[in-house]
Design a protein around this ligand. Sequence first.
Ligand code: AMP
Ligand code: GLY
Length: 430
Amino acid sequence: MNILVLGSGGREHALAWAIKQNPKCDRLIVAPGNAGIAQMSETADIDITDGGVVANFAEENTIDFVVIGPEAPLAAGVADRLRDAGVPVFGPTAAAAQLEASKAFTKEICDACGAPTARWARFDNAEAARAHIFETGAPIVVKADGLAAGKGVVVAMDEATALAAIDDIFAGAFGAEAGASVVIEEFMEGEEASFFVLCDGETVLPIGTAQDHKRVGEGDTGPNTGGMGAYSPAPILTPELQEQVLARIIRPTVSEMARRGTPFQGVLYAGLMIQDGVARLVEYNVRFGDPECQALMLRLGAQVFDLMLACTEGRLAECAVNWADDHAICVVMAARGYPGSYDKGSVIRGLDQLLEDSRHMTFHAGTAERGGEIVAAGGRVLGVTARGASLSEAREEAYAMIAGIDWPEGFYRRDIGWRALGGPTPPGKD
Ligand code: AMP
Ligand code: GLY
């Protein structure tokens, strides 16, 4: 089969890596890809948020299957356009992608199907939103309603922070669309974990759990990032808790989406808050997490493509996931300064000496090739990923790989996995 993967991050490198190992894959193209992806696959520089462009490209290259990595093309209706053109695609319609693209939509779905989540209210003007903050007090969570590249959420521990967030959102700090309305939520306490399921519109198939590290600094301090590392599985999501989440949150959501005539097909990523054995929904994403995907792909390997095919063909009820009883971890290396401003163009050495096998992979995110060398071209640059019989073994392997990377302009957290490996003190690496 000729397979097209859309995206350019570490997530898409991991997806491409897993798909390429599947014997059904004859030709692989990743658009637009990055320097690491270009070492293992064809790449194509096209506008992946333009459904017409993607559908034409698919036709010209006799593509048999498209996998959409990021949320932006999904929200823009690229999957709809491909389906209309008769190209099988892994990823939800724009209508179903509302589960990520609108926080208020997800809250309405939760209310309609009884899924536990934080209490909430939506406001389309700053005055009413401010009055709500004065009434409820802090801590409280303020969210821009639309897609804001992961940046439109402020967890406010005091009223002044909440009020400032409301001003920022209505001033358009997260874009005009994301700033048209604001969702204000009850602050939930507990431990966060992520649950990934495939869904063919009806049947739900769990494909793994993970926890990520959103803060830039060790011990989960400093500003939020896209994710500085992740590991799978997440021990807090016990089989019993997974069953609870499926029964109370995910299956009711999937049924409600089908009932509305907008069935969900693709990967559904439930962000959960767990306290005293009870899980509540924080948010849905309609794509794999980045860097969670890197850890998941190392564990799932080539079978993920068969599962994606079954998902698209409505055959998930026939499928099972073959699990090795293993653990994977991804440690992100980022450019110094990230998530603030950072320089591009520094040379990264040592990558060609690193182990690359079914237990070790360095997935590229923001990289480019310049004169035969790999250079940094983004904030999050590499996802150093390893698998082992235990999380501590996987972690040791990943940090040993990092020791072989010569990139003085980069940094990484030394405590990825600390929650699962036993806190409270994050284990450091000297
Ligand atoms: P979201 O983009 O909705 O996942 O929000 C980003 C992060 O903000 C989450 O991963 C949580 O850490 C935090 N967060 C969002 N909503 C809440 C809430 N209602 N209570 C506590 N923390 C939250
Ligand atoms: N790592 C968080 C996300 O992909 O949304």
